[in-house]
Each structure stands twice: as C-alpha cells, then as structure tokens.
Write a protein that binds this ligand. Structure first.
Ligand SMILES: NC(=O)c1ccc[n+]([C@@H]2O[C@H](COP(=O)([O-])OP(=O)(O)OC[C@H]3O[C@@H](n4cnc5c(N)ncnc54)[C@H](OP(=O)(O)O)[C@@H]3O)[C@@H](O)[C@H]2O)c1
Length: 246
C-alpha cells in the first residue's frame, strides 16, 4: 500500500510559478494528483504545466492574484471541479525597517501573506464543504512566524505568525466538515526568495533544496497518511530555530 498515493485527487497550489510552489506542483503530480498551478505569471505556469505533462503528470494553470478576493472567488469557483488539496504557498518578503516610511510595504506583505491565505482558504473550504470532500489545506508559514526573528522583517514575521495561528484557529470550524488544515514552517530553503544563506549557521550544515519539503508536503496532503493530523505545524529547518546563529 502506498499511503502517499494521490490518484484521483485534485490539488490547487498558489505561488506555483517559482521556488517552493513549483516543486510542490511537481511532487503532487508525481504522486498522482491533477495539479492546478496558480500565480500571476502565466508564462511561468505554462512552462511548469508542460514539464509536468512531459513527465506523465496532469496539470493546468490558473492566473490568480491572491490579494484580490473577487478574482480569487471567480477564478477558483470558475474551475468547476473538486479540490481535495490546497497549498497556500504564495508569499512575499519585503524588508520593513521600523525607522523608515514603510506603510505600503507592510500592507503589501500582509495583503499577500495573510489576506491571500484567508481568501483562498475561504473559497476552497467552501467548495470542499459543499461537495462533501475530505479536504486537506496546507499553509506555508515560516520559522520566522514563531521561533526565529529577523531584523527589518517585522511585516514578514508578523504575517507568518498570523498564518500559523490562522491554521490552528480554523480547526474547529473546518473539522465539522472533515477538512483538515495544517502548516509547514520551512527554515532557509534555496529559492529566488532565499538565494543564499551561510550554511555554517545551519546546525545540519547545509542549505535545503525545495525537495527537502517533499515528505512533509505529501504526509499532510494525503488523508491515508495523516487523517488524524489537523492544526499542526511541521517545522523543516535543519535546526535553525534552535541552534542557528545569524
Ligand atoms: N525560501 C525560503 O527559504 C522560505 C522559508 C520559509 C517560508 N517560505 C515561504 O514559502 C513560500 C514560497 O516562497 P519561495 O521561497 O518559493 O518564494 P518565491 O520563489 O519568491 O515564490 C513566491 C511565489 O509566490 C507567488 N506570489 C507572490 N505574490 C502573489 C500574489 N499576489 N498572488 C499570487 N501569487 C503570488 C509568486 O508568483 P507570481 O509572482 O507569478 O505571482 C511566486 O510563485 C512563501 O510563502 C514564503 O514566505 C520560504
């Protein structure tokens, strides 16, 4: 028995045009899911969809700006298909030093990282509820949301703390409809958002690749692997939260 088999499942991944989201789409497709790859850059999404299809998987692209609730509602509802798995991965990190005028940047980070997660979750959970789907929602938080703080990143840290808490706080409402909601809190992973990091400051001694999240993702995505797991946050950080020095 393969408890990570996602055949007959459909997975929506936001922020799929780059980095972690790109990898999540490849992994979910390789596990058998039909993948809906969502982001603003459709050219990148189409590139991803082609490569998934070439590898024998199933995927489609969806132009989506998670900051726009009307668009989120229209685009996701307009898919007219069941969604079993939703990965809320779209996110931005912009410095917001407190002694500079940063109101716009602070608002942008919150709009994408917090309101974006809330909008997509609201629409997707509504579909799961209406269609009686035992769904799995996975929010991509960060170690900056709880145990690790970064100078000049107050908006990003606060936004990820909100994502982690939003995950836990929705357990009661969603469990009534057999929808699970969990989070992954990555540490430093090599992507366009985190292109470099001194590996001497990572206890395990190396900077992670996006594929280092494959196991956590598949575990939380699959009802066969994690049907009793909801409201959890899996930290995948090479020990940075506990032993790293910046
Ligand atoms: N890399 C790390 O070390 C790390 C660590 C902890 C947490 N994370 C989290 O992991 C997630 C992915 O990060 P990454 O490293 O893969 O970053 P990335 O390579 O910069 O990718 C970010 C993705 O988010 C999408 N996005 C941004 N704003 C959006 C919007 N308004 N609507 C829809 N999509 C939007 C981007 O696509 P478009 O520009 O095409 O829309 C892109 O696909 C983020 O939530 C990040 O905070 C990353």
């Amino acid at each position: 028995m393969n408890i990570f088999d996602l055949s007959d499942k459909t997975a929506l991944v936001t922020g799929a045009s780059s980095g972690l989201g790109w990898r999540f789409c490849e992994v979910l497709a390789a596990a058998g899911a039909h993948v809906i790859a969502a982001a603003r850059r459709v050219d990148k999404l189409n590139e991803l969809v082609s490569s998934i299809k070439q590898a024998g998987g199933s995927a489609e692209s969806l132009k989506l700006d998670v900051r726009n609730f009307e668009q989120v509602k229209k685009q996701i509802s307009g898919l007219n298909q069941h969604i079993d798995i939703c990965i809320n991965n779209a996110g931005i990190a912009i410095d917001t030093p407190i002694f500079e005028d940063n109101q716009n940047n602070f608002e942008s980070v919150m709009q994408t990282n917090v309101l974006g997660v809330w909008y997509v979750t609201q629409v997707v959970a509504g579909i799961m509820k209406d269609q009686k789907i035992d769904g799995s929602i996975i929010n991509i938080s960060s170690i900056y949301g709880h145990s690790r703080l970064e100078e000049k990143q107050s908006a990003y840290c606060a936004s990820k703390a909100a994502v982690s808490q939003l995950t836990k706080s929705l357990v009661g409402e969603l469990s009534k409809f057999s929808i699970r909601i969990n989070a992954i809190a990555p540490g430093a992973i090599l992507t366009p958002m985190t292109p470099k990091w001194d590996h001497n400051n990572i206890p395990v001694g190396f900077l992670a690749e996006p594929s280092d999240l494959d196991g956590a993702l598949l575990f939380l995505a699959s009802n066969k692997a994690s049907r009793y797991v909801t409201g959890s946050c899996i930290t995948v950080d090479g020990g940075i939260s506990w032993g790293g020095i910046e």
